[in-house]
Design a protein. Structure first.
Length: 220
């Protein structure tokens, strides 16, 4: 009986370790932007100087530690063309929870009387997601978070996010570090001219503020 118990314990340990190594565990470690407070907060995205195309997001404000967390965004760029102007931004997360997303927003506009924009987020665990934000509410466009080998994982590493548009197929094309990751579309009739683009950062509800701030840099 003792040998049987020992065998069962060993099997349980093996199964537990195997489950912890499962790649699907990473899905549970993401922050769902549908459940965060989505808010424009330009003051948190600091530009180095007026001629520089680099911005730095940094905060350790404990006011942002609530049950749902926050998604902050800023849109300093305006598309002056009739067609979609490709967006390319190099992002680097220096500190903060690795499961919390960061990335770009684009096509920001008033659509049918409502605030509207598209977004691409990645995180430090090698996952990405695409979605739209209507009146401060996030909606997935590509079935949640997905893994991509093209994403550089960890902190302090660069990731280049690029979005282009195929006007014939009416599809947006997402590239990460020059590798095509996916194509996606949206049902709304978007107006490209005078729409805005910029950056987004998600604050997890379990950030270790104020000791460890969330810091993300963006270079256009």
């Amino acid at each position: 009986m003792n040998r049987l118990k020992l065998l069962l314990i060993n099997i349980s340990i093996i199964l537990l370790v195997s489950c912890e190594l499962s790649p699907f565990i990473r899905e549970k470690e993401t922050i769902n932007p549908e459940q965060t407070n989505v808010k424009e907060e330009t003051s948190l995205f600091n530009q180095e100087n007026s001629d520089d195309q680099s911005y730095e997001f940094v905060t350790n404000d404990t006011r942002f530690l609530n049950r749902n967390g926050y998604t902050f965004w800023s849109v300093p760029y305006v598309n002056t063309h009739d067609d979609f102007e490709p967006v390319t931004v190099t992002v680097r997360k220096e500190s903060g929870r690795s499961e919390a997303g960061f990335g770009i927003v684009f096509c920001k506009q008033e659509l049918n009387g409502k605030s509207y924009m598209l977004t691409v987020l990645i995180n430090g665990n090698g996952l990405y997601t695409v979605g739209k934000v209507i009146e401060g509410s996030f909606y997935y466009l590509d079935k949640g978070w997905k893994p991509s080998d093209s994403i550089n994982r960890g902190q302090g590493v660069n990731n280049k996010i690029s979005v282009s548009y195929d006007s014939e197929k009416k599809l947006f094309n997402l590239y990460i570090n020059d590798y095509k990751v996916t194509s996606f579309s949206t049902s709304e009739d978007i107006i490209f001219k005078n729409s805005k683009s910029g950056f987004a950062v998600v604050i997890a509800n379990n950030e270790t503020f104020p000791a460890n701030p969330v810091k993300v840099t963006f270079e256009k």
